[in-house]
Design a binder for this molecule. Structure first.
Ligand SMILES: Nc1ncnc2c1ncn2[C@@H]1O[C@H](COP(=O)(O)OP(=O)(O)OP(=O)(O)O)[C@@H](O)[C@H]1O
Ligand SMILES: [Mg+2]
Length: 288
């Protein structure tokens, strides 16, 4: 699904003394099967934009088109388009409520009007996708799952709606390193199977490892848009917006400040190692 955000503006408490313009003239596109990251300092408008993208709050001006259909038209086509976009809020496990994991994951498909058999089939498929064995977990209470498993069960509930674009607000927040790794692997495998992903993250290493397109919001405006290489090569501007670089890029930038300049940006430890080897003219035995 192609999502086009066109000249979107949103103001909270419009006309009141404490009105806040959260988004101003925001335009960008998300291509079918994209893996895009949305980054920005706190208060830059990320959550407001996500809510607009998933059909929750109508922009004050501008439009959001999904394959050409305006999400906010009062038509059946707009409702159908909104249902093709899935949203995983921050700490989605706080929204689990079903008596069993199965009941919880079935909630969305049931609302789509699917039969019990179809709901069950989708729930089992989604649980497998997130790495939870349905034979083992479907019948138990979601509250007896571990923290990481609960989050995955909550995501399964969104996946059971079979979204073409999945929006995730800080999906790794609060998870231990193993849980973070599993979340990255899950997003990557969903994307490889064709689901478009829009990820909000404060973790630049996660963004560099996963995203193909990066959007930077600053003060409610799109300040940058490009590949990881393009965006993370502008470290000075990012720093002025209160944003950091992925650790390998920050390390190489510190080296440059000490008079060891290198070409291009290093997004991974391997890339940084390669640049350092080139800089010092040495080559290790394992061909790094
Ligand atoms: N319900 C609201 N009422 C009034 N102002 C709001 C409301 N929600 C957000 N804002 C304001 O809109 C602006 C954008 O907020 P938003 O929550 O979209 O930012 P964010 O980028 O998601 O921040 P964070 O990284 O802290 O989650 C901020 O100035 C915020 O104070
Ligand atoms: Mg937010």
């Amino acid at each position: 699904m192609l999502v086009e955000v066109r000249n979107v503006t949103y103001t909270y408490n419009e006309g009141l003394p404490f009105e806040t313009t959260a988004l101003e003239d925001v335009s960008f596109s998300l291509r079918p099967g994209c893996f895009s990251a949305l980054i920005g300092h706190t208060g830059s408008g990320k959550s407001t934009l996500l809510q607009i993208l998933c059909g929750l709050i109508e922009p004050g001006a501008g439009s959001v088109l999904a394959d050409g259909t305006d999400l906010y038209e009062k038509t059946g086509a707009a409702l159908a388009a909104r249902r093709r976009i899935g949203m995983v809020f921050q700490y989605p496990e706080h929204q689990l409520f079903g008596e069993t994991v199965l009941a919880d994951v079935c909630f969305g498909p049931k609302n789509l009007g699917l039969s019990d058999d179809e709901c069950r089939e989708r729930a089992f498929e989604s649980l497998r996708l997130v790495g939870l064995d349905p034979d083992e977990k479907a019948g138990i209470s979601p509250f007896s799952l571990s923290g990481g498993e609960r989050r995955r069960a909550a995501i399964a509930g969104v996946l059971a709606m079979r979204p073409e674009l999945l929006i995730l607000d800080e999906p790794a927040a609060g998870l231990d390193p193993k849980g973070c790794g599993e979340m990255s692997a899950l997003m990557r495998s969903l994307n490889e199977e064709g689901t478009g992903i829009l990820l909000v993250s404060h973790d630049m290493d996660e963004v560099a490892a996963l995203a193909k397109q990066v959007l930077v919001l600053n003060g409610g405006r799109v300040a940058m848009e490009g590949t990881c290489e393009e965006v993370f090569s502008r470290g000075g501007e990012l720093a002025r917006m209160g944003l950091s670089l992925p650790a390998p890029a920050a390390f190489m930038s510190a080296m440059a400040q000490r008079g060891y300049p290198t070409e291009g940006v290093a997004l991974t430890a391997r890339q940084a190692a390669r640049k350092l080897s080139a800089l010092f003219g040495k080559r290790g035995g394992n061909g790094v």
